[in-house]
Structure formats: C-alpha cells, structure tokens
Design a protein. Sequence first.
Length: 357
Amino acid sequence: MITVAVGHGQTSYPVLIGDLAQALDHISALSDGQPLPLITDPRVLALHGGKLTPIALQPPILVTQGEAAKTWQSLASIVDGLAERNVRRGAPIVALGGGSVGDVAGLAASLFKRGCPIVHIPTTLLAQADSAIGGKTAIDSAGQKNLAGTFHMPALVVVDPDLLDTLDPRQLRSGYAEVVKYGLIDDPAFFAWCEAHGAALLAGDRDARRHAVGHCIRAKATMVAADALDVGGQRALLNLGHSFGHGIEAAAGIGRLLHGEAVAVGLVLAFRLSALLGHCDPADGQRVAEHLDRVRLPTRLDHVGLAGTGEALLALMMADKKATTNGPALVLVRAIGAAFLERAVPRQALSAFVRAL
Ligand SMILES: NC(=O)c1ccc[n+]([C@@H]2O[C@H](COP(=O)([O-])OP(=O)(O)OC[C@H]3O[C@@H](n4cnc5c(N)ncnc54)[C@H](O)[C@@H]3O)[C@@H](O)[C@H]2O)c1
Ligand SMILES: [Zn+2]
C-alpha cells in the first residue's frame, strides 16, 4: 500500500493506493469499528459492493448511475437515507463509485448535520486520477454543470486500480482525458509517456494504469496543497479544457456526453484558442489532437454532434462560475506542459473563435 498525503491548510489526509481489502481496517478505524453508511450506485454495488460488506452499514444508499446522480433529488434522497439510518453527527460516510457518486455523496456529507467526514473509494479512472482527490463536491442545476457545491476535504481516499478491470472502454477513455490533462498542464514528460503508453493503458495494461493513477494523484496533491480553495490560481490550472468542456457537456444536454469526452474536445480547443491569441505554436495543439484522436477520444465539436453550436456554447461559457465581468477566466497554454490562467480572455476574440467552430 502506497500512501500519498494531500495537504490543505494546516492539515492533510491520506490517499492509500493498493488493494482495497487491505485498507478496510484503516476505513473502519475512522468509525471505531462501527458499520459505515455507504453511498454507491446499483452497477458499482453489484460489481464491487461485496468488498465492503465487512465494514458497511446495510442497506447501502443508492443513487442513479452516471451524471444523473448529480441532482437535487438524489442529494435529498441521500440526506433522507442517512437520517433513516440514524447516522449520527460526525459519523464517517463512504462513497464508492465514479466521480458522479463522489461529487453528490461529498456534498451530502458536507451538509448532513452540518458535516460528516467522507471516505472516497473511487472506481473509475477519472475518479481515481482526479475527482476523488481535492474535496470539490457538486450537483448540476438549471442545465449547468456543478452549479451548487462545496469544498469538503475527504478524511481518507482509498484507490485500488484493480477495481478498473470492470470499467467499460468508453468510461476508461473518458477518464484518460483527465490523465492526459496533467501532462498538458505542467508535465511535458508525462504527456510523452501518455503518447507512448496511453494505448496500452486503455487496452488493459495494469502497470500502465497503476503508473498513470499514481502519477496523477501526486500531481493533483501538489496542486491542491498549493491552493486548496481554488483562489490562488494554481489549482485553477486543473480546469484546463474545462470551461469549454463544461459548456460542451451542457450544450449537448447534461448526461449525454461523458465528462472526459467533453474535456478532450475542450483541451484541443484551449490549445487552438491559445494559438490564435499568439500564445502557443499551433503544432502543439495538433500534437495533442493527434494523440487524443489515436485513442479515439473526440477532439472537435462535430465529433460530438455539436457542429455550428458555437453561439450556445459561448453563452454557456459566459455563465460559467469562473467568468468575470470582463470575460471568462480561461486556462490557456504557452506549450504542452505550460498552462497558465488568463483571468479575462478578450471577449471579442473568444466570441469570434467560438462562433467559427
Ligand atoms: N470533484 C472533482 O474535482 C471532479 C473532477 C473531475 C470530474 N468530476 C465529475 O465527475 C463526474 C464523472 O465521473 P466519472 O467519469 O467517474 O463517471 P460516473 O461517476 O458518472 O460513472 C460512470 C459510470 O461508470 C459506472 N462505473 C463506475 N465504476 C465502475 C467500475 N469499476 N466498473 C464498471 N462500471 C463502473 C457507473 O455505474 C456509471 O454508470 C462528472 O460529473 C464530473 O463533473 C469531478
Ligand atoms: Zn474534469
């Protein structure tokens, strides 16, 4: 079992990477051996729920699979489910599943009786490499991604890359878009590793998967430690591809595209806009698109059925949480591995770029 500490403020929490069975004692120690309330979805419950039987309170609280879990309705059903199980104030809650389960369960944990510790056991590549680390929680509302949420740092995260054996290829590819993102932000050597090993990772190579998951967790831990509450600019770099990506998810109709698919298109658009604004060599964007194309991730709006929807996309981007009155804050790039935060992208340049897509 490898431990990575994620610092925030004066404190930190451990991310344990290894066999879930060997982490059960660490989890149940948080509740002094009492059974822990479990939040998951039906598919993950069927595939992996049994691994938590020794420590979980029965029955588990179930949310709908996928992005549909991130609604007010499912948030309310979790809070009610915790109340029905007489979960006491401050009792740790376990979230087993992908980023959607983690986001809504984390939000419920931050609200229930004014806050209970959450233990994340991520089961998708996206959640293991990214969403389970860092304490952002959210649900979607008013047709917008992640409109309501909190910061709620986990008490513990347990990452068992072997849980990914059961993940379908489309979900694995979606998570891989976030993996590639880490190389593009500040780690060109890792992007080169992705070019060399990404296809093997997606074909089921366990060593490649372990390497990528561990690498991304360490990278995210460093960025979160520098800027836990996402105010200083460092953590914002994790949003590379996401202002476009969230707009694309919303424009497609929330839940139709997978998050990582929208992010893949968003990453390429961030490089293309950076080139247009003179920050970056267009060849870098082409190299990124070539790699994502090779692993069969979408790289253009027409790949996701959104050709000619630039106007709607622009409106969604202007409504994004990160938009200021001068224009949206966007993560742009100077090169592969050299992302930076542009706090107010010139509105006209952005409009012209997006409308022409
Ligand atoms: N909080 C954050 O910092 C953060 C970061 C990135 C993304 N996100 C959010 O994460 C969400 C996407 O999460 P996701 O990509 O993990 O998908 P998901 O949670 O929506 O799950 C996708 C599907 O995979 C299934 N599944 C999960 N684990 C499985 C396994 N091991 N085997 C077989 N099937 C399995 C689920 O049942 C579900 O049907 C988005 O809402 C996104 O906004 C949050
Ligand atoms: Zn993301």
